[in-house]
Design a protein around this ligand. Structure first.
Ligand code: GLN
Length: 446
């Protein structure tokens, strides 16, 4: 059914970079056998899954939507893939994204621009745009994405699906091609909050192959869904409903708060005073980490090597010049500059201090309140081509998601209405490792 649906719609949506059809069909046959033998016991058994193309899949091409990795076939699985395989999910294929997860619209893909299934003239968001679009278009039952500054939540919001960025350390990053290692997290994109909780429960947990993975027990998120929100305290940062946030988006968020109020929750306006510096700090830190992480793509160890060079240095230069797209180059240069001696204190170190202040804002508020609520993005999806020539406007679009990554806390985007035919997303944020609370509130609203 999944492949039939893909044949029907993916020419328009363009969510998939690689299909895994032959292997998936063989796998499905084995699963049929297991059903007959009464061995289909896993909760995610047989579910068709789409995987963002920066999560490595053994023997299945993994490109990070970069021409530099156009021919890269990993020889091992990411930990999340091993966990999904243990559940007998079926990997349908690999999903488009902005190159190396740098972008907010999928227009930075080195292969194709995925379209928003609600209106194909609009972007699906990014960088996990392929993941959000594939779920929204009914091509897969769920998808995995990654979120460094909003890349699960913003496309979920634009495509009208549910997307969760877990607490930093909750899900293993082993086998997630690193963009900004101190911010990256893998998370599920699904049609409902309940589906999301099912997937997270299976992919979360400590992993000894990821030194930043947290040794914290994974609770049963499904039981959180049964709790109500009576007495729950909600904080609404005034910065999240201020300037630049579209009137319709504001209205839908306020309506959602009313729904929660009707169920016994209360809300108050608060302030996250340092969130205004989040975008600037993020783009310094993320680019710095990216410049170091992407040094490994040298034409030797992975992917495509330029044919033009006759010596080693030229081979590096040619491979990277031809293989990387403009946005990736821009960030490598910005990051290399910010980390260079003489500038380190002025940029990188200062951005780290700002990050601490942003984290303290959240710590303080989440001491007094159970969750923080606001929109996921200031607007609904924008048109393909509208922002691509203006990187700063594109960066500013992440203003409501980035603080969450800097603070390392969990957050979800759930659909909360439409504006001119395009979905609006509600963002619910909580304390580290309180994904259960995030799900509880999202489910009560949904
Ligand atoms: N849009 C942001 C960026 O371009 C976030 C990307 C992400 O979360 N991977 O960096």
């Amino acid at each position: 059914a999944s492949y039939e649906r893909i044949k029907e719609v993916d020419e328009k949506v363009q969510a998939f970079l690689t299909l895994n059809e032959e292997e998936a069909r063989q796998h499905a046959e084995k699963l049929d056998q297991a059903i007959q033998n009464d061995e289909a016991n896993n909760v995610l058994f047989g579910l068709p899954a789409g995987i963002k193309d920066n999560i490595v899949t053994n023997g299945l091409r993994t490109t990070c939507a970069s021409q530099l990795l156009a021919n890269f076939e990993p020889v091992h699985n990411a930990t999340v893939m091993d966990k999904l395989h243990a559940q007998e999910t079926v990997t349908v294929g690999k999903l488009n994204m902005d190159e190396f997860a740098m972008g907010s619209s999928n227009e930075n893909s080195g292969f194709q621009t995925t379209r928003n299934p609600w209106n194909v003239e609009y972007v699906p968001g990014g960088s996990s745009g392929g993941s959000a679009a594939a779920v929204a278009a009914g091509e897969v039952a769920f998808a995995l994405g990654s979120d460094t500054g909003g890349s699960i939540r913003q496309p979920a919001s634009y495509c009208g699906v549910v997307g969760l960025k877990p607490t930093y350390g909750r899900v293993s990053r082993f086998g997630l091609v690193a963009f900004a290692s101190s911010l990256d997290q893998i998370g599920p994109l699904t049609r409902t909050v309940e589906d999301n909780a099912y997937v997270l429960r299976e992919i979360a947990g400590h992993c000894r192959k990821d030194s930043t993975s947290a040794d914290v027990e994974v609770p049963d998120y499904l039981s959180s869904l049964k709790q109500d929100v009576k007495g729950l305290r909600i904080a609404v940062p005034k910065e999240y409903l201020g300037e630049g946030v579209h009137e319709d988006v504001k209205k839908h968020v306020l309506d959602a708060l009313k729904v929660l109020e009707d169920q016994g929750a209360t809300w108050e306006e608060v302030s996250l005073p340092h969130s205004q510096y989040a975008v600037a700090a993020y783009y310094l830190l993320a680019s710095s980490e990216a410049s170091a992480n992407l040094a490994r793509f040298d034409g030797v160890r992975y992917g495509v090597r330029s044919e033009n060079a006759n010596n080693l240095i030229d081979m590096y230069k040619e491979t990277r010049s031809q293989g990387f797209g403009d946005e990736v180059k821009r960030r490598i240069m910005l990051g290399t500059f910010a980390l260079s001696s003489g500038y380190y204190d002025a940029y990188y170190k200062k951005a780290q201090k700002v990050r601490t202040l942003i984290k303290q804002d959240f710590d303080q508020i989440l001491n007094d309140y159970d969750v923080v609520i606001g929109p996921t993005a200031p607007t609904t999806a924008f048109k393909v081509g509208e922002k691509i020539n203006d990187p700063l406007t594109m960066y500013a679009n992440d203003i409501l998601t980035i603080p969450v990554n800097l603070a390392g806390v969990p957050a979800i985007s759930v659909p909360c209405g439409f504006s001119e035919g395009l979905p609006v997303g509600l963002q619910i944020i909580s304390k580290p490792f309180a994904e259960g609370t995030v799900y509880r509130v999202a489910h009560a609203y949904e």
